[in-house]
Design a protein around this ligand. Structure first.
Ligand code: RB5
Length: 147
C-alpha cells in the first residue's frame, strides 16, 4: 500500500462536524493517516462547497487517493466535490451502496449525511468504502465515460 492510499482526506461543514470527528477517530484506529481539512467546530456556520473543494484538491495533488465528505444530508457536499475533475463522489446511506460505489463506479470520495444516518451505519459505510476494490471489466469503459 502506498502512502497516498493509506492517507485519507476528510472534511465536513458544521452540520457534519460531529460525525467527521468520530470518523477521524475510526480511521486513525484503523491505521490510516488522516488529513482533516476542517471544519473544526459545529457552531460556526460554513459553506459546504469549500470543504468539498478541499478534499478534491487533496486528491488532485496526489496527496491522497480517497476522501470522505460530510454535511447535513451529504447532498450539497457531494455535488460540490463532483464539480472537480477527477472526483467521483458517492452519497451513501448504507453499507451496500458504499460497497457498490467502489465495485462499479470506482468512487474515490464517500459522501455521508450526518443528519440522516447514525454513527454505526456511517462507520459501516466507511469500512465498506475503504475495503472494496473496483471490479474493473465492463465498469472500466463506463467509468472512463465519466471523465
Ligand atoms: C447546512 O445547514 C446544510 O444545508 C448542509 O449541511 C447540507 O445538508 C447541504 O446539502
Amino acid at each position: 500500500m502506498t502512502k497516498a492510499s493509506k492517507s485519507i482526506a476528510i472534511a465536513a461543514d458544521h452540520a457534519g462536524f460531529a460525525l467527521k470527528a468520530k470518523l477521524v477517530d475510526e480511521l486513525r484506529d484503523s491505521g490510516y493517516e488522516v488529513r482533516d481539512l476542517g471544519t473544526h467546530d459545529a457552531t460556526t456556520s460554513v459553506d459546504y462547497p469549500d470543504f468539498g473543494a478541499a478534499v478534491a484538491q487533496a486528491i488532485a495533488s496526489g496527496e491522497v487517493e480517497r476522501g470522505v465528505v460530510v454535511c447535513g444530508t451529504g447532498i450539497g457536499i457531494s455535488i460540490a466535490a463532483n464539480r472537480h475533475a477527477g472526483v467521483r463522489a458517492a452519497l451513501c446511506h448504507d453499507e451496500t451502496s458504499a460497497r457498490l460505489c467502489r465495485e462499479h463506479n470506482d468512487a474515490n470520495v464517500l459522501a455521508l449525511g450526518a443528519r440522516l444516518i447514525g454513527d454505526v451505519v456511517a462507520k459501516d459505510c466507511l469500512h465498506a468504502f475503504l475495503s472494496t476494490d473496483f471490479a474493473g471489466d465492463r465498469h472500466v469503459r463506463r467509468v472512463a465515460k465519466l471523465g
